[in-house]
Design a protein around this ligand. Structure first.
Ligand SMILES: Cc1cc2nc3c(=O)[nH]c(=O)nc-3n(C[C@H](O)[C@H](O)[C@H](O)COP(=O)(O)OP(=O)(O)OC[C@H]3O[C@@H](n4cnc5c(N)ncnc54)[C@H](O)[C@@H]3O)c2cc1C
Length: 537
């Protein structure tokens, strides 16, 4: 019999969104926070740049909103954008009061006292940061406060499998305990999905291993709509090396004169944009992708070795050090790079308080589609979204919840019909196959033909994976693969529906934007799968 836990609230995810939701909830409610692993396997920890917020007198909420809407290429929800931008200052003050070590302005130029940077798309300096490791500082600050709260229990090494629903309401979930290798039941009045993005669906990604879109897939299976899944942001330069996973090579290298080269040393960016290496992120990513596909090559090269050794080492110490670990001395040789999936703009559809289509289920952070990002996310708006929506969800839940309310017993997880797998190779093979065809056919540049091919393959894989899931005991890899194939299908179907190019979605079949598509792409599970398959019990 599976162990049953009862909490007022279960939060799935311990990144910026999940932990800040937990800290904003009333201290009188019992909260469980689930995370897939104890390690730093979530994007929040890796955020480098910072958090956007209007803090200076020469800046304004309207300006921040305008920049966001421009980046979003006509698909942002303007009310959501304005409300989010307006909440920035309070979020930064809240974090500051928690002790977040934001970098201060030593020159005393800024009125706020914070050192602010300016990133792509922002017309002002408005990015607050903690040196170049904002995410790490943020997580450490939030975690320290979580540990002080008696009402919050963290279950790391618990992989949520599926939501338990009854009559349109979420009642809890099943989770696989990596420690005892059993599935446990969590009953709750409210569940918050804070599971992050899905970039691991692509062969190359800047994201850590945990970004497998679990929350999106779970919500979809439970009957929630998703939106804008075709808008995947690709970072142009991630280190390409068989042993280097998920290491971003900052755009600042190009800003300081770094050149993009083919293997024979030829530059190519000027063929694509007059700004060459300084063109916006999506144009550079598309150009690299074009050259890789045209020439059938595995990577291109980013060269900063024409600058002095002292300059390179002092400006890019982390990249210098990390590349040296792979015998690449960037002061002498170019860095092999590929574009990489970086951010999932779409996700589970939520309202302004993070509520989803399913009663008692909320979604906050990268797992969600709130309307903030539109067709392209502006840099440093995502951590802001985590903070703003987690607080909004906590306020709504706080007003509705009855601490200690009796919860019904939920059905146990039935393992009686399944056996241990003797063919783990199937899971490993399908992981690789899925991520490769998503990269090749549903990547930076798309066509109808490639998308149709990908849909066909995802269909075959889905059947095989579901068959495997039905016959063998679950494992974390199998659970993630089962979610990845759902997310893959959602991305492909959304991309097929958008018969234009806009923001991060570029297709050779419809290279222009069209006024006909000035709305988010929404997918409804009731229209894509038989109703009986939606319910998780
Ligand atoms: C390299 C990098 C740099 C970035 N830099 C910036 C930046 O400077 N500024 C900015 O605004 N944004 C940045 N981003 C984006 C930003 O970091 C993310 O959008 C944000 O951190 C997402 O936070 P989250 O809480 O939604 O998810 P995450 O931080 O990814 O956390 C997800 C959590 O959910 C848990 N989880 C997932 N699935 C399950 C499951 N099935 N069961 C149990 N737990 C589960 C994970 O274990 C984890 O605890 C960056 C992203 C990357 C990858």
């Amino acid at each position: 019999m599976s162990h049953q836990y009862k909490f007022d609230i279960v939060i799935i995810g311990s990144g910026a969104a999940g932990l800040s939701a937990a800290l904003h909830l009333p201290a009188s409610v019992k909260i469980a926070v689930l995370a897939k692993s104890r390690n730093e396997q979530y994007s929040s920890y890796f955020a480098q740049g910072g958090i956007s917020a209007v803090l200076e007198p020469d800046d304004s909420v309207e300006q921040h909103a305008r920049d966001t809407i421009e980046a979003g290429a006509g698909l942002c929800d303007e009310a959501v954008v304005t409300a989010t931008a307006a909440a920035g200052r309070e979020c930064i003050e809240w974090l500051s009061n928690l002790g977040m070590p934001f970098t201060r302005d030593r020159q005393e130029v800024s009125a706020s006292g914070y050192h602010l940077t300016r990133e792509g798309g922002h017309s002002k300096r408005r990015v607050v940061h903690a040196a170049d490791a904002t995410g790490k500082a943020l997580q450490q600050t939030l975690q320290a406060h979580i540990l002080e709260q008696d009402n919050i229990k963290v279950f790391d090494r618990h992989v949520a499998i599926d939501l338990i629903t009854r009559e349109g309401q979420c009642q809890g979930l099943y989770a696989y305990n990596r420690g005892n290798q059993h599935v446990e039941v969590f009953a709750a009045q409210k569940v918050i999905l804070a599971t992050g993005g899905a970039s691991k669906v692509y062969l190359y990604t800047s994201n850590p291993d945990g970004s497998t879109g679990d929350g999106i897939a779970m919500a979809w299976r439970a009957g929630c709509r998703v939106a804008n899944m075709e808008f995947i942001q690709f970072h142009p330069t991630c280190l390409y090396h068989p042993e280097a996973k998920s290491f971003l090579v900052t755009e600042a290298i190009r800003g300081e004169g770094g050149k993009l080269l083919l293997a024979d040393g030829r530059q190519f960016m000027h063929n694509f944009d007059s700004r060459a290496e300084l063109a916006p992120r999506d144009i550079v990513a598309r150009a690299i992708d074009h050259e890789m596909k045209r020439l059938g090559i595995d990577c291109v090269f980013l060269d900063i070795s024409h600058k002095s050794r002292a300059f390179v080492k002092s400006h890019f110490p982390t990249i210098y050090q990390r590349c040296l670990e792979f015998d690449i001395d960037i002061t002498r040789q170019p860095i092999p790079v590929v574009p990489a999936a970086h951010y999932t703009c779409g996700g589970v559809m939520v309202d302004s308080s993070g509520a989803t289509d399913l009663g008692n289920l909320f979604a906050v952070g990268e797992v969600s589609y709130s309307g903030l990002h539109g067709a392209n996310r502006m840099a440093s708006n995502s951590l802001l979204e985590c903070l703003v929506f987690s607080r909004a969800a906590a306020e709504k839940i706080g007003a509705e919840i009855k601490p200690g309310k009796r919860l019904p017993a939920l059905p146990h997880w039935d393992e009686s019909q399944v056996t241990d797998s003797d063919e783990d190779i199937v899971v490993a093979h399908n992981w690789d196959e899925l991520r490769r065809f998503m990269w090749d056919y549903v990547g930076i540049v798309r066509t109808n033909k490639r998308l149709q091919r990908a849909l066909h393959r995802s269909d075959l894989l889905k059947r095989e994976i579901n068959d495997y899931y039905g016959n063998y005991k679950v494992s974390p890899d199998l659970l993630e693969l089962r979610n990845l194939v759902v997310v893959a299908e959602l991305i492909i179907r959304s991309a097929l529906l958008r018969k234009e190019s806009r923001g991060l979605h570029f297709t050779l079949d419809y290279p222009q934007s069209s006024k006909q598509f000035l709305a988010p792409t929404t997918l409804d599970p009731r229209q894509l799968q038989p109703r009986k398959k939606i319910a998780s019990i």
